[in-house]
Design a protein around this ligand. Sequence first.
Ligand code: PM9
Length: 471
Amino acid sequence: MTNETLHTMGQQHGRRSWAEPWKIKMVEPLTVTERPAREAALIQAGYNTFLLRSDDVYIDLLTDSGTSAMSDRQWAGMMLGDESYAGSRNYYHLEEAVKRYYGYAYLVPTHQGRGAEHLISQVLIKPGDHIPGNMYFTTTRLHQELAGATFHDVIIDEAHDPTSLDPFKGNVDMAKLRGLVEEVGAAKIPYVSLAGTVNMAGGQPVSMANVRELHAYCAGLAIKLLLDATRMVENALFIQEREEGYAGRTIAQILLEFCSYTDGAWMSAKKDHLVNIGGWLAINDRDTFEELRNLVVVYEGLHTYGGMAGRDMEALAIGITEAVQDDHVRSRVGQVRYLGELLTEWDIPIVLPIGGHAIFLDAKRFYPHLAQDVFPAQTLACELYLDSGIRSMERGIVSAGRDPETGDHKRPKLELTRLTIPRRVYTQAHMDVVAESVKACFDARDAATGLRMVFEPKYLRFFQARFEPIV
Ligand code: PM9
């Protein structure tokens, strides 16, 4: 068959695949384990995937945080680390990259996202304040609460429905926000906490129209609009694909426009920015910056390293430029979609539309016979690990924690198990293996009996809680 014939056949089938815009230069062997060893490891880990040793894991989909593969350029950048205590040249590279792609005036580096969340919460929140946000995130809300605020979820209702196909399920419901402002008063709301994409909703995006409207509304009331920019490049791809007028704009252009409607941002650089550690906080207001820059030296490190080594800042500065390339973002989200489409073809219940960084299995529909109090999503994470050694993460009642007022479990509408895809790490063949293991668990779903929690830490319990199977 000639190349031409092949080409014609391709056109006849209408098939045009995407592929990763890189090739693999270095590999890390994986460990394949047997079921009895996995059973022993899971008992040892108290049925919590966070407590497994990574040596006992085959394909690790716990998180996309700090688990990306760095490029040859980033590794080369590590060798250019300027480890001076103050004024490292790598800090200035980072400052320049953040300014160019995010547009904010002032930068404070931090060791990771929650370092930035801690600083911004301590500087802007007073006890008794209220923080509206487009769904909670575990660490973000905790820092807001520790600073004395009450968090209010003002995301649109569709975000809590895993079957809703709304293209922008991350949007803020303006009526809910207005209602809160009327109830508590604008003076009690230092900022709106806006995340793009929304992790706990399934990696769902916020539209440009929504952030523009929010900006106009908040500016009129002197409420800051602050962005959790952790996965904003993925959000930008969804805007490019779904929002009128953005098809011809680059990810970098969309990102810059989106950020221009906000007053500042915090960042877990361990996600979008393709590094294993790092974070930052950026803000336009000079006075707030001065306070943040003063506080960072108390908790993180000097204001020109904030807990990162010079080499980390160099890899991060390079990672920012790589993160905003259109072909990179398309292939990253394309891989997530590949897995999600396989699962939907097999009628396995997942959150739709497929999000940017992960597939979220809908444990309520997966295990309709299990009550939320026996932790269906945690159970599913365990079953998946037992089946194949694949590690996932609970994002349901365990992650939601307890109501600080009543002490009862918070019972989120979404009870999800997250298969999080690290960037540039796994291949399509790995995704096939993952899909087949999920299918095996789905076929065996009637046998699942749930878990009971036998140890519960005070903060962010999902990281360290222990469970036992209900028999
Ligand atoms: N997210 C994740 O796996 C890592 C730890 S929490 C299970 O999804 C957002 C939207 C995040 C996030 C971390 C942080 C905190 C802030 N915002 O982990 O402290 O998804 O760098 O960032 C995790 P750090």
